[in-house]
Design a protein around this ligand. Structure first.
Ligand SMILES: [Mn+2]
Length: 345
């Protein structure tokens, strides 16, 4: 059954991850039914005001039915837990049930490309689970929760990645999961190897349901040059080498950059975030240049006027104008000239 109420989505970002926030939100909204109202909760763990205002304006361009809400979580309860590059931002997800007064919430990491309609995830029956997530094949709870005794049968339970997680906030509150989180931090703050994901896996070990792996593909592998193909109907999770911080010739990164350059910004990602100047490896540099050239070509849809101006500066090529004009005429009359719509389908 399709609910009439709006779809509530949470994303967490600081300034360093802001490019991810823009791309993740854009990909979510672009693949949703535009008539469906959306509430976008942004856990602001250090976004600048400038980025926030840009983000709000950007989202509004995509859909008028989106409401953006900026939340500023108080992370003091997690200061004793291991940080991720000096930041405790990852733990903010655990505060959502207290910060957001809703029944249900879909949470995504911002290092994701959501090429799938999250309305379908929203409509899933949670079957009394507090959370739904994608389990990692071959990983058990014991691999991450080091305090579990070797004879504890819970150690054999499956382990999920929290990049995509649907939360039943009502169940979370009524089953006092928040209290269990606090108790765990009291006892094992130093052992939280994978930060909030360790906590979530432990406290929800008996109340997490399984999502189809397409909701969180965390290994999309390498890509050979020229073999790039855009997947559809999946959520691509770029767990390592964030494309706006480092350039690697990896399938996930190239997908992210391609999406960014087509739908998020006029300035190609490899230029915009200065990634290209930080590359040390020659093969990655070559690949980055190719990516940049593709982005520029994508942008430079030649208009008849521009081509004529260019050619008339070069007398030797003027004789080609006649043929070009014919070519443009054919292009203009061709019914399949709508490249943009093809890509968005
Ligand atoms: Mn992630």
């Amino acid at each position: 059954m399709r609910s009439i109420r709006s779809v509530s989505i949470a994303l967490c970002s600081d300034e360093r991850y802001a490019p991810g926030l823009f791309v993740a939100a854009t990909s979510i909204l672009m693949h949703m039914d535009p008539k469906r109202p959306v509430e976008l909760f942004v856990l602001d763990t250090g976004l600048s005001d400038r980025s926030w205002h840009r983000f709000k304006a950007h989202v509004r361009k995509f859909s008028s039915s989106v409401q953006t809400v900026r939340l500023r979580p108080d992370l003091s309860a997690f200061m004793g837990c291991p940080s991720l590059r000096g930041s405790h931002a990852a733990y903010s997800l655990l505060l959502l049930p207290e910060l957001v007064n809703r029944q249900k919430l879909l949470c995504f990491d911002v290092d994701m490309l959501v090429l799938k309609d999250v309305g379908a995830l929203w409509d899933l029956d949670m079957e009394r689970n507090t959370a739904l997530a994608v389990f990692e094949p071959g990983v058990t709870l014991r691999d991450d929760c080091v305090w579990l005794a070797t004879d504890d049968p819970d150690g054999e339970l499956p382990y999920f990645n929290s990049g995509t997680i649907a939360l039943d906030l009502h169940q979370w509150r009524s089953r006092a999961v928040g209290q269990r989180v606090s108790d765990l931090i009291q006892a094992y703050a130093n052992d939280l190897k994978t930060h909030d994901q360790t906590i979530l896996n432990y406290v929800l070990r008996h109340e997490a349901g399984r999502l189809d792996p397409s909701w969180n593909l965390f290994d999309v592998g390498d890509v050979a040059p020229g073999e790039f193909q855009e997947p559809t109907g999946v959520v691509v999770h770029i767990t390592h080498n964030k494309p706006w911080l480092t350039f690697k010739n990896l399938r996930g990164s190239l997908l992210w950059i391609s999406f960014h350059d087509q739908f998020v910004s006029r300035v190609p990602a490899v230029l915009r975030y200065g990634v290209i100047w930080r590359i040390r490896k020659w093969s990655n540099f070559r690949s980055a240049l190719r990516t940049l050239a593709e982005a520029l070509l994508l942008r430079a849809r030649p208009t008849r006027g521009a081509v004529l101006r260019f050619l008339s500066k070069s007398p030797a090529q003027r004789f080609k104008i006649h043929w070009l004009l014919r070519w443009f005429k054919r292009m203009a009359n061709s019914p399949s000239a709508d490249r943009d719509n093809d890509r968005k389908a």
